[in-house]
Ligand binder design. Structure first.
Ligand SMILES: C[S@@+](CC[C@H](N)C(=O)[O-])C[C@H]1O[C@@H](n2cnc3c(N)ncnc32)[C@H](O)[C@@H]1O
Length: 261
């Protein structure tokens, strides 16, 4: 009897939701082999019928939790994208001795993650994180392709970001407009770069400066590649890599990653 009423209730609910354009799918239980493992809760994905290990969920898995705790209030970058930065940054530190670049710092969230990673995991004190931003908002944008406008992201400052990140032995700031702020760094070797500047001319300038200096085995991560709010960023990457050997790997997070040959 109980079961009859439960099934009826289910049917009515499903009908009402369908009428409102919604669908219900049951998330299948984890296979028995996963029962009892300490991190089973991370095999979840509310948008999929196919659970998979998601170490950026539930506040972060393992070491990553500590990084995420610190930076979350100061970044626009979602935990899954931060996990990409964490993993590739760690590999660059374990295999290369190139410099770390971040172009597009805003309030300093992802820069904090990278600064902590470099500080803790670098194998040589010469490896530093170089941070590039106007720190007063977007420069002029191209209204033909970019959706952002001059002055977006102006609720920040160099002083506040510097104080937030700390680590003066690890981090160098280059306030001002890219590409002018790259001057003097022509001979640098780069192991990892995060480009999060959102607009076409800025992404193009980053590609032109960073790619030729990226070490073999190094990574170039574009944050905005797949986002409808940043069509200029995608155009700049597509045009720049048209005649290169590397194929940018587009991720479901919206990022694209270049693995330097
Ligand atoms: C989306 S925000 C960066 C977000 C940041 N990574 C985070 O963790 O939230 C984009 C930043 O790119 C900067 N930017 C864009 N073009 C630039 C340029 N040509 N020179 C310097 N900064 C630029 C803007 O000032 C803005 O702070």
């Amino acid at each position: 009897m109980k079961r009859f009423f439960r099934d009826q209730a289910k049917r009515v609910l499903t009908r009402v939701m369908r009428r409102s354009g919604l669908e219900i799918h049951a998330i299948p239980p984890l296979p028995a082999a996963y029962e009892g493992i300490p991190d089973a809760a991370y095999y979840t994905n509310s948008t999929s019928n196919d659970p998979h290990f998601s170490p950026w969920e539930l506040g972060g898995y393992g070491d990553f939790r500590e990084y995420l705790d610190d930076i979350s209030p100061y970044t626009l970058v979602s935990p899954d994208r931060c996990h990409v930065l964490y993993s590739l940054g760690l590999q660059a530190l374990q295999t290369l001795e190139g410099q770390f670049f971040e172009c597009g710092v805003y309030r300093g969230g992802t820069a904090m993650l990278l600064a902590r990673l470099v500080h803790r995991k670098r194998r040589s004190p010469d490896v530093r994180l170089h941070l590039f931003d106007t720190f007063v908002g977007m420069p002029e944008t191209d209204h033909g392709i970019d959706l952002h406008r001059k002055g977006d992201f102006d609720d920040t400052s160099l002083e506040s970001v510097r104080a937030r990140i700390g680590a003066p032995d690890t981090v160098t700031f280059y306030p001002g407009r890219i590409p002018e702020t790259f001057s003097g760094l022509q001979s640098v070797a780069i192991g990892f770069a995060h480009v999060d500047v959102d607009i076409r001319d800025s992404v193009k300038a980053c590609c032109e400066f960073i790619y030729p200096r990226l070490q073999s085995g190094g990574f170039l991560v574009f944050d905005d590649y797949g986002f409808p709010s940043c069509p200029g960023a995608r155009q700049a990457v597509d045009r720049y890599f048209r005649d290169k050997r590397e194929v940018p790997l587009v991720l479901p997070t919206g990022q694209a990653v270049v693995f330097r040959k």
